[in-house]
Design a protein around this ligand. Structure first.
Ligand code: R5P
Length: 290
């Protein structure tokens, strides 16, 4: 068994190999002057079961392409099996045609990963569960929820004080599952109407959050528009404290300003995507999914 990391999240890959009691495999990843990517596996992997850890987080296209070239390099080096470990699966939101003449980039991405030579995919909290079915190879779909739930449990918030909140109608199933695991905590939903890509408009709260510790649950924070608007409405509705719990800290601008504006008691994320030191703010907690 050999584990290699792309350039997207070496720290996570190092933690994983540390748990496994092994060294990260040696790989060269370079950029040519024109931006093309060069990959060379620096050791024999003939007959090995190879795991390639690479989230397709920003810069999404570069990281995805690097993963594809890594898979291709391993296939051509006669690995016995290649598992693409994708802690964050970019393009997962492009999972259907909403309007005519749109692409389904999540499906295209699955085709590319398979065509490059992956035998198996291990991914975490893919935005849309149907993406699993876009692959004709096995996909192990795992969730960051368990580490977040363990952390929340350590805070010893009384169930009666809690309200688990979905920041939009699309996330209700996720929030309901989360609430169930918090001793069947009550559920609330922020009914949001979107006015465009990366723009959101909060309408109202379905459920009771007055005097409660509101725990907003989502799979990702991108620009933080969704979660920060939801948090503001929850405060207006009388929530005592608002926590944000999310697996993927995509953190595109202006996420940091929105998250550190004082509306959140704590923003709890995982390390599926690395966070630049300048983007760390006092309310941020990063849990490891290694
Ligand atoms: C939407 O369906 C997702 O679950 C997230 O709520 C959304 O993509 C987050 O994006 P942003 O942080 O830019 O509002």
């Amino acid at each position: 068994l050999r584990v290699f990391s792309g350039s997207a999240n070496k720290a996570l890959a190092q933690e994983v190999t540390h748990y496994l009691g092994m060294e990260l495999g040696s790989i060269t990843s370079k950029r040519f002057a024109d931006g093309e990517i060069y990959i060379q596996i620096q050791e024999s992997i003939r007959g090995c079961d190879v795991f390639l850890i690479q989230p397709s987080c920003p810069p999404v296209n570069d990281n995805l392409m690097e993963l594809l070239i890594m898979i291709d390099a391993c296939k051509r080096a006669s690995a016995r099996s290649i598992t693409a470990v994708i802690p964050y699966y970019g393009y997962a939101r492009a999972d259907r045609k909403v309007k005519g003449r749109e692409s389904i980039a999540a499906k295209l991405t699955a085709n590319l990963i398979t065509e490059a030579g992956a035998d198996r995919v291990l991914a975490m909290d893919i935005h849309s569960g149907q993406c699993v079915g876009y692959f004709d190879i096995p996909v192990d779909h795992i969730f960051g929820e368990s580490v977040i739930l363990d952390y929340l449990a350590s805070k010893r918030i009384q169930t009666g004080d809690l309200a688990v909140v979905s920041p939009d109608v699309g996330g209700v199933a996720r929030a309901r599952g989360f609430a169930k695991k918090l001793n069947d905590a009550p559920l609330a939903i922020v009914d949001k109407r979107r006015s465009g890509h990366n723009m959101s408009e909060v309408m109202n709260v379905i459920g009771d959050v007055r005097g409660k510790v509101a725990v907003l649950v989502d799979d990702m924070i991108d620009t933080a528009g969704t979660i920060s608007q939801a948090a503001k409405v929850l405060r207006q509705e009388g929530a005592r404290e608002v926590y944000a719990c999310t697996t993927h800290p995509v953190f595109s601008p202006p996420a940091i300003e929105r998250l550190s504006s004082g509306v959140f008691e704590e923003v709890i994320v995982t390390n599926t995507i690395p966070i630049a030191p300048e983007n760390i703010f006092p309310e941020l907690t990063i849990l490891s999914v290694a």
